[in-house]
Design a protein around this ligand. Structure first.
Ligand SMILES: O=S(=O)([O-])[S-]
Length: 293
C-alpha cells in the first residue's frame, strides 16, 4: 500500500478535479453514467465487467487492455486517478478493483472516492450529464507482479500453511449454493478452493443510513484474527472475478496487512478448469488440503 491516502473525501476529489490534476473514473453501468455523473468524469465500466485469465497470455491481454483504456482516458502518470462507484458496497467493490488494477499496472497516483457517488451527493456534490472527451496519452506501464496471484500460484499454495487463502464471496457462494453473484449457474461448478477461510466482504464495512465505510483498522484486524489471519501473513484473496477481493484488499491493507495478493481470475477462472480441485458441498471450515476433491 503506498503511503499516500487511498480514500479521498468528496472535497479532496473536487479540489483535485478543479485543478486539472485528476482523472475521475466512473465504473458504473453506462446507463447510470449517462443519467448523471461527477463533472468531468470519464466512464469505464470495463473495470467492473472484465473477466481476467491468469495464464501468461491472459495476463498480457489484461495489461494491454487496461493500459490502452487508461491511455485513452488521459492517464499520463502525473494526474491522479480517482475511481468511484455508487457506494463502496453496491457495485461489488468495483472502485477498489479499479484502484487495484491501476496499482498492478504500476500507476503512481491512484485513489478511491470514499463513500462513492452517494458520499459525493451527501457532501452536496452536483452531477452532470455532459460527456468529457479526454486527450489520449501514453500510459506509464510498470507491472507490479507482487500484487497478482495466478491460478498456478493458488494451485501451488494448496496445502501450504505458509500461504493463506481468503475467500470473501457472498454466503451463498461460500456454501456452494450459487456459483456467482450473476446467477446460480453462471459458472460450471459451485464450492470453494480447498483450504480457504471465509470472511464475507460486507463484514469489513459498516453501513449507516445506506452509506458504507470501512471499519476501523482495529476492527478489521480483529475480524481477520477470528479466522486466524494476522498482518504478517502471506494472503491470497479471491472472489468471483476480483472486485469484492479488491474491496477486502483495501480494507486489509488499511489495517496494516502487507503481503496481500489478489487471485484476479478468481472463481470464474478456477471453476471452469476441471483440472483444478474444489471443495463442493457444505464447507469443512478451512480443512487442510489433502489432495484433489
Ligand atoms: O464478481 S466479483 O466477485 O468480482 S464482485
Amino acid at each position: 500500500m503506498p503511503s499516500t491516502p487511498v480514500l479521498h473525501s468528496p472535497d479532496d476529489v473536487r479540489r483535485l478535479a478543479a485543478s486539472g490534476d485528476a482523472v475521475v473514473i466512473d465504473v458504473r453501468d453506462p446507463a447510470d453514467f449517462a443519467a448523471g455523473h461527477i463533472p468531468g468524469a470519464v466512464s469505464m465500466p470495463d473495470i467492473f465487467t472484465y473477466l481476467a485469465e491468469t495464464t501468461p497470455e491472459g495476463l498480457k491481454t489484461l495489461q494491454q487492455t487496461f493500459a490502452t483504456l487508461f491511455a485513452d482516458m488521459g492517464l499520463d502518470g502525473k494526474k491522479t486517478a480517482i475511481v468511484y462507484e455508487d457506494a463502496l458496497h453496491t457495485r461489488y467493490g468495483a472502485s477498489c478493483r479499479g484502484y487495484w488494477i491501476l496499482r498492478y499496472l504500476g500507476y503512481p497516483a491512484v485513489g478511491i472516492l470514499d463513500g462513492g457517488l452517494s458520499g459525493w451527493r451527501r457532501a452536496g456534490g452536483t452531477l452532470v450529464t455532459d460527456v468529457t472527451h479526454p486527450t489520449r496519452t501514453e500510459f506509464p506501464l510498470r507491472i507490479n507482479p507482487a500484487l497478482m496471484a495466478t491460478y498456478a500460484d493458488v494451485r501451488a499454495a494448496l496445502g501450504n500453511p505458509a500461504i493463506r487463502l481468503l475467500d470473501n464471496r457472498d454466503r451463498v457462494e461460500w456454501l456452494g449454493e450459487s456459483s456467482s453473484p450473476y446467477g446460480v449457474d453462471f459458472a460450471p461448478r459451485k464450492g470453494r478452493i480447498p483450504g480457504a477461510v471465509w470472511i464475507e466482504w460486507y463484514d469489513f464495512m459498516k453501513v449507516t443510513d445506506g452509506h458504507a465505510a470501512f471499519r476501523t483498522a482495529d476492527e478489521i484486524r480483529q475480524l481477520a484474527a477470528s479466522r486466524g489471519l494476522t498482518p504478517d501473513d502471506d494472503i491470497i484473496i479471491y472472489c468471483f472475478k476480483g472486485a469484492r477481493a479488491a474491496n477486502t484488499y483495501v480494507a486489509l491493507a488499511s489495517a496494516g496487512f502487507t503481503r496481500l495478493r489478489i487471485y484476479m481470475g478468481s472463481w470464474n477462472e478456477w471453476s471452469r478448469n476441471e483440472a483444478l480441485p474444489i471443495e463442493p458441498g457444505l464447507p469443512k471450515a478451512a480443512a487442510p488440503y489433502c489432495g484433489a476433491a
